[in-house]
Design a protein around this ligand. Structure first.
Ligand SMILES: [Ca+2]
Length: 386
């Protein structure tokens, strides 16, 4: 049987030649990227660990009291309060399916958390033969979770333990957006409106399809829930708090990682249009564009394996206002991306000192950038100006 390779587990050994090429291209980019004639430079930063000994964390969110909730793949939520006191919560839904890229994934607060205390999680549920991305919510108060309720499950079931996607975002209009991966062996589903795989889905805070969704019919089928289609394994999902525009990043196969600017009903091409190739080196598609499919805003070939991102609007780094900071598993650095209109002004890796596979990122209530590393013995790192 052929050993399958999945994008999240792409090797990240970078050969010496490639490293040299990358350094050369960073220099070139830094030189070419000018703002009023001056090369744009990433600010000098200080990185310090805030939390250590995290076991395969995936997602994080910050509460109004500035404490943190961090998910761990094996089915735990770690709460860290302002005094750095740690509580581990494992009274979660019982059907979490952990193998492969499954397990507990993202965590997101309801926009009115102050009033209703609702916290949402995404996770893989089911078993080897039939598993699916699932969304549940509970009340979190007095440092305990109560009354877990499953509000939504992606269909159809799949028999691969990979490409769940699972990033959650409450949009400014109050809708909950969910990234859903293509399940790896089901990539043609990304183009099908009768499947929720390979999509961004849009639901109410109680899991219902919203009647202003772009393909809504009211019959309760998959297409009622679809916001955008043609995605592979999108793990970054952000809204610009100024323009209210929503952006996503997604893993390509070998090459073809992307940032896309989302608009409802748009088809982002996978697997018909991609810059990536299969891990075997075979072409996935002969098309570099296709009618009614939208090309990415940013394309990374070779892959960086983008795991998450923020669009920075905090106070601590005025130089980064409006820029993307993308966490990458493969290159083990942040990627600094500045796009104005459709023009990419900056796109290069920064903060060489990180040297870890990066899993998630969040701008804190204090404007600092918090970065979650990947794997066992992972950490939450705080990035501030030096
Ligand atoms: Ca695409």
């Amino acid at each position: 049987m052929l050993k399958r390779q999945f994008s999240d587990s792409k090797g990240y050994a970078i050969g010496a030649m490639r490293r040299t090429l990358m350094s050369a291209s960073i220099l070139l980019l830094a030189t070419l990227t000018t703002t009023f004639g001056l090369a744009a430079q990433f600010p000098a930063v200080k990185i310090e660990p805030v939390v250590t000994d995290l076991e395969s964390p995936w997602g994080l969110t910050q509460l109004p009291d500035s404490s943190w909730l961090i998910t761990e793949k094996n089915g735990k939520i770690v709460h860290i309060n302002a005094l750095q006191e740690r509580t581990e919560h494992d009274n979660l839904p019982a059907d979490i399916f952990v193998p492969g890229q499954g397990g507990l994934l993202d965590i997101e607060l309801h926009p009115q958390f102050d009033r209703n205390q609702f916290v949402y999680i995404s996770y893989a549920a089911g078993d080897v033969e039939a598993n699916r991305l699932t969304i549940a919510r509970a009340k979190f108060s007095n440092n305990r979770f109560d009354d877990w309720q499953v509000i939504f499950a992606v269909s159809p079931d799949k028999d691969t333990p990979v490409h769940y996607a699972g990033r959650l975002l409450f949009a400014p209009d109050g809708a909950l957006l969910i990234t859903s991966g293509d399940g790896f062996d089901y990539r043609e589903h990304a183009q099908r409106k009768d499947s929720m795989l390979g999509k961004v889905l849009r639901i109410s805070d109680w899991g219902e399809a919203l009647s202003d969704n772009p393909f809504y019919t009211g019959d309760g089928g998959a297409q009622d829930f679809i916001y955008t289609l043609g995605h592979r394994n999108p793990q970054g999902l952000v809204v610009d708090s100024v323009s209210q525009t929503i952006y996503l990043n997604e893993h390509g196969p070998a090459g073809g990682d992307e940032i896309n600017r989302l608009s409802p009903g748009t088809n982002y091409g996978w697997p018909v249009v991609t810059d990536g190739k299969d891990y075997s080196g075979a072409n996935i598609s002969p098309f570099s564009d296709y009618p009614n499919m939208t090309l990415p805003l940013v394309n990374w070939t070779p892959s960086i394996a983008p795991s998450s991102m923020v669009l920075y609007r905090g106070d601590l780094f005025p130089q980064l206002n409006g820029d993307f900071l993308v966490t990458a598993l493969k290159t083990q650095r942040l990627h600094w991306v500045r796009v104005v209109g459709n023009e990419i002004l900056i796109d290069h890796p920064v903060v060489d000192s990180l040297q870890a596979r990066l899993r998630d990122i969040h701008v804190g209530n204090d404007g600092a950038v918090y970065i979650l590393t990947n794997g066992e013995n992972a950490s939450l790192l705080k990035m501030t100006p030096q």
